[in-house]
Design a protein around this ligand. Structure first.
Ligand code: PLP
Length: 383
């Protein structure tokens, strides 16, 4: 595109490039079984849900995978089943659902800082935040980059704390060759449409703890052990057979989707590494990220404009971006009651103010990535 004539500028893309879209199983892969579900009249929490749970447990290499209605509900149920009270240590730089789950269980979220490079909860900040009231550490594999699980497990063990992972971004991520899912007391995965494995809406809790698994299964069904004499107040958070069927087929696409996203992210990084003022999340060479999101960290001085100005410039080109995750959780109104809005959490604040997620989805064309990178570079040159 040349800019000689001052005619109304045409955006780089005619149609908006979405920040993400789900890579779905084909209708052919679903329809026979869908018909069977309808014919059977067993439309929730039945054969498909059990099959999906078994497939996920096999994939993750864990004893139990419990299908629930969302990742957030899975986290809430895990915290309730563990009967936790007092304080929960949570990262300030995450999607707010991590902290909602703690607050819902009546835990006080204590917001801590993240590592500026990996974007994951900083184990040193975790240890510094432990008080006699702490009962659980909640960590996130942010954007699919595995958290520092060994160190977190050591801290939890040393201080006799529970460790629960918000693994919403975790399908496809591996820590030193091992899929995330078997770390801590439990991990909760999201199956919402922006995640790598999707079934519309849903979640999966993974654990190797038999007793905890039993309680979470009970908890997704109100806390009812089956005799209507509820053991505790749970949720109504089962998975329908239709969702489970899509989950079964979606899981089959995971390996390819992770490989595609890693390839696209590599291309993004290669093309953007020459642009001044752009940094990336650090992923350990021994780990695999699911590449749930691709975020750039903008140094506004070197780049020549702010994160929000770049966002506006890309919007004008029909390139959708997201400020994952702004505002940081401790600044959000829902959490003002916990009195940490003014607490300085420097790396989390910096990440929240500087990160911009660019479009990434598994079936995205390399041409689209190239065109977006060329635009970012051009915007920088003109800044
Ligand atoms: C998407 C997301 C959630 C919420 O997942 P739901 O399945 O919608 O409950 C929780 N935590 C993180 C980090 C997420 O990105």
């Amino acid at each position: 595109m040349t800019t000689k004539t001052p005619v109304a500028k045409k955006p780089a893309f005619e149609k908006v490039v979405p920040i993400t879209e789900p890579t779905l199983p084909s209708l052919d892969a679903l329809k026979d079984r869908y018909a069977k579900i309808v014919a059977s009249r067993m439309i929730t929490n039945a054969e498909c849900a059990r099959e999906f749970e078994a497939a996920v447990a096999r994939h993750l290499g864990v004893k139990h995978a419990i299908a629930v209605s969302s990742c957030t509900n899975g986290l809430m149920l895990a915290l309730r089943a563990l009967n936790l009270h007092g304080e929960a240590i949570v990262p300030a730089f995450t999607f707010h659902a991590t902290a909602h789950a703690a607050a819902w269980q009546g835990l006080k979220p204590v917001f801590v800082d993240s590592d500026p490079e990996t974007c994951n909860i900083d184990p040193k900040a975790v240890e510094a935040a432990i008080t006699p009231k702490t009962s659980v550490i909640m960590a996130v594999h942010l954007f699919g980059n595995p958290a520092n699980v060994e160190v977190l497990q050591d801290i939890a063990k040393k201080h006799k704390l529970r460790l629960v992972f918000d693994s919403a971004h975790g399908f496809g991520a591996a820590r030193k060759g091992k899929p995330v899912g078997g770390f801590g007391d439990a991990e909760s995965f999201s199956l919402s449409p922006t995640k790598l494995v999707t079934c519309g809406e849903g979640g999966i809790v993974s654990t190797n703890d038999d007793e905890l698994a039993k309680k979470i299964r009970m908890g997704r069904n109100y806390g009812d052990p089956g005799n209507y004499d509820c053991e505790f107040s749970g949720l109504s958070a089962r998975m329908s057979e239709f969702n489970a069927l899509m989950g079964i087929e979606s899981l089959k696409l995971l390996d390819k989707n992770v490989a595609d996203r890693n390839r696209l992210m590599k291309l993004y990084k290669e093309l953007l590494s020459e642009v001044p003022g752009i940094g990336f999340q650090k992923i350990d060479a021994a780990d695999r990220s699911s590449c749930k999101d691709f975020s750039i960290h903008l140094d506004e001085k070197a780049f020549g404009m702010t994160r929000d100005e770049l966002m506006d410039a890309l919007t004008a080109e029909n390139i959708m971006t997201k400020r994952y995750f702004y505002p940081p959780v401790h600044w959000q109104r829902a959490f003002a009651q916990f009195g940490q809005a003014k607490k300085s959490i420097p790396n989390a604040e910096k990440l929240a103010l500087r990160s911009l997620s660019l479009p990434l989805f598994s079936h995205m064309a390399e041409e689209t990535v190239k065109k977006i990178c060329a635009k970012v570079s051009q915007i920088q040159k003109r800044a």
